[in-house]
Design a protein around this ligand. Structure first.
Ligand code: 0RA
Length: 660
């Protein structure tokens, strides 16, 4: 028999040995392998990490029903990953219908990952809620160990197929589940786990699920500590959950009330948990979660929260007589200025909608959250009149500021109408009119702007030079933002309308004139600062633009290595060294290294070929991996408090192109 024949034979399924069910199973897992993106979103880093979240979600479910308080994640040297919990352990008894071990059913049957009876619904569940069998299908190899009923059970799989029947390999006096898997590199673009991504998620989960200890260790790395070294390890545990989460988000802002207000209740079988806090800033920071998933597009739970908050505060303010002297109306926005809140609810059968499938659609949830807020916040205000008064005063101030901001905004819009095309004078626009093909470079400084104008492909690349540091929107009063020349220019150049009253965040992106908005700044500390200011502006005022993947950062080279006529650009120390070594070999003459600090040190041609030419450049797309984390980092980097900022910069200096 030839090898090919052997393989064919091996893959044949003998009819008599395989039941209809097991063929169904193979088909199910085969479907996952054929269309992985349908089950886990994509096959990039994101999808890869979803595999881990899927397993962890099952462990969290165990914790939510009170059976588990420890979840450990270990990234092994070979990039396989272990998730261990001290829950009840996956059931191992005979599954009547399938006539084999329940463990095997959970691991190999699509959608059997949840509970077997409908009464104990799955409350956590990943974004796709696909079950561990999907993880199994997409793993080159997987091994499960279950401690249950005094025994240790195990089974191993390759690409989802069991290698042997479930077997007992020993005795135990604990319970829990251990899943070890190695993602299939014929499916994923990358199979390298990222410690930072996983720890961020575990941190988030620890706040969302108080009382659970989550640990992660990276066995691939060894950090020297003069003691033989140790592996990077993080432990997350939160005693007070959402309250601590809100405190962390507001760590660098000044508080308006003494401590966060906490709401925990259940309405119409929907568990509702909310922590909210007011600070002296002007920003609204509400982060919402459904079944531990960050619903960045909001939805009915968020609408219910806003409605309940507005109604309850308005009722209190009316009753207290504090609004009597106010000359204009209070809008919903005014109740949320300086508000930081986390809304976390659990829904048995969530319907996710929207662009990124992170918008909750279940209509019944709106009333549940609204009622929860009305009842409990209403009580809180009655019992804490001092806080209640402070909040209402803040709301009144916000209404006054909004009034002033509207005047400033109307002025901007009127001016735009007056100046013909409405486009800023400093914009060098491109000739192509198809937004999908067009890009705009926001360039630090007029001089680099000039170079970029010469170097660009004017067909599809537009240049908008920004003068010096743009306004720090984190600190400025709302109406100041619309007074700012650079910010007005960005709005008008992009063609998006400035939001009105209620919907400052509901941007009209339909008229966006460029689908790539590229921030181009110097590769030094000032440049990084300016890029951060610009990103802060987009995050606070055009978050949707980031969510839809329109925001990018250009990466100009750090060095030009030259010898005679030979030259090579370098973006990293490593590339520089390689070029120097290369040029230094065999031949005469000295190697010259030029460090580019500013875009201005390059001529138009150099800027084109290194940074703007789509054939060669590297663009970094700005994403919001975790909106809450992004919020915390932005307010820390842009706020008043210096020590946390210094600490962050010192910790991350090695990752950034920062001269220190
Ligand atoms: C099915 C049913 C039950 C638990 C689990 C699965 C389960 C799955 C995983 C995956 C990782 N850790 C896990 N822990 C539990 C319910 C168990 C019961 O009713 O006893």
């Amino acid at each position: 028999m030839s090898d090919q024949e052997k393989e064919l034979k091996q893959n044949q399924i003998p009819n008599d040995e395989y039941s209809a069910e097991s063929i169904q199973v193979l088909k199910g897992l085969e479907a996952v392998r054929k269309r992985p993106a349908m089950f886990i979103g994509d096959i990039s880093t994101k999808g890869l990490h979803h595999l881990v979240y899927e397993v962890i979600d099952n462990s969290i479910d165990e914790a939510l029903v009170g059976h588990c308080d420890l979840i450990e994640v270990i990234i092994n040297e070979d990039n396989s990953i272990l998730i261990r919990d001290n829950g009840r352990g996956i059931p191992t008894g005979l599954h009547e219908k399938e006539n084999r071990s329940a463990l095997e059913v959970v691991m190999t049957v699509l959608h059997a990952g949840g509970k077997f009876n409908k009464d104990s619904y799955k409350v956590s569940g990943g974004l796709h809620g696909v079950g561990v069998s999907c993880v199994n299908a997409l793993s080159a190899s997987l091994k499960v160990l279950v401690h249950r009923d005094g025994q240790i059970f195990t089974q191993e799989y390759e690409r989802g197929k069991p290698l042997f029947d479930v077997k007992v390999i020993g005795k135990t006096d604990i319970t829990g589940t251990e899943v070890l898997f190695k993602p299939d590199d014929t499916i994923f673009i990358t199979t390298e786990f990222n410690f930072e991504i996983l720890s961020s998620r575990l941190r988030e989960l620890s706040y969302l699920n108080k009382g659970i200890k989550l640990e992660i260790t990276d066995l691939r790395e060894l950090e020297e500590n003069g003691n033989g070294g140790h592996h990077p390890k993080e432990t997350f545990y939160s005693e007070r959950g959402l309250v601590e989460f809100v405190e962390l988000l507001d760590q660098t802002r000044d508080s308006l009330i003494e401590k966060p207000i906490y709401i925990e209740t259940e309405k119409n079988e929907t568990p509702v948990e909310i922590a909210l806090h007011y600070n002296t800033s002007f920003a609204e920071n509400i982060h919402s979660y459904v079944n531990n998933i960050n619903t960045i597009e909001g939805g009915t739970h968020l609408a219910g929260f806003r409605r309940g908050l507005t109604r309850t505060l308005k009722a209190y303010a009316d009753k207290s007589g504090m609004l009597a002297k106010l000359k204009f109306d209070i809008s919903g926005d005014d109740f949320r200025e300086g508000l930081t809140a986390i809304v976390s609810i659990k829904v048995a059968e969530p319907q996710f909608e929207g662009q990124t499938k992170t918008k909750l659609g279940n209509t019944e949830v709106m009333g549940a959250v609204d009622q929860a807020v009305s009842n409990l916040l209403g009580h809180y205000l009655e019992e804490n009149p001092k806080d209640a008064k402070t909040i209402v005063q803040k709301v009144i101030l916000a209404a006054q500021a909004r009034h002033a901001a509207r005047k400033a905004r109307e002025l901007v819009q009127r001016k735009n109408v007056l100046s013909g095309s409405g486009l800023p004078g400093k914009l060098a626009d491109c000739s192509n009119r198809d937004p999908v093909a067009c890009e705009i470079f926001l360039v630090e400084g007029d001089s680099a702007g000039g170079t970029a104008k010469q170097g660009r492909d004017r067909n599809f690349q537009a240049i908008l030079p920004l003068r010096g540091k743009i306004l720090n929107v984190e600190k400025a009063m709302p109406h100041k933002i619309f007074d700012n020349e650079e910010i007005k220019n960005i709005y008008t150049a992009l063609g998006v309308s400035v939001g009105t009253e209620e919907d400052t965040k509901a941007l009209n992106l339909d008229r966006l004139r460029y689908h790539k908005v590229i921030i181009m700044t110097d590769a030094d500390v000032d440049g990084s600062h300016i890029a951060t200011l610009i990103m802060t502006f987009f995050y606070r005022h055009m978050e949707e633009l980031i969510n839809r993947g329109h925001l990018y950062i250009a990466t100009p080279p750090l060095y030009l290595v030259k010898k005679g006529k030979q030259q090579q650009y370098a973006w990293t120390e490593e590339q520089r060294q390689i070029a120097v070594d290369e040029f230094g070999k065999g031949k005469e003459g000295s190697v010259h290294v030029q460090r580019y600090k500013g875009l201005g040190e390059m001529n138009a041609e150099q800027l084109w070929e290194t940074t703007m030419n789509i054939e060669q450049r590297t663009l970094r797309q700005v994403t919001i991996e975790s909106a809450a984390e992004a919020d915390r980092i932005f307010s820390m980097l842009m706020g008043d408090d210096v020590p946390p900022r210094r600490e962050f910069i010192e910790k991350h200096a090695k990752y950034a192109n920062i001269d220190v």
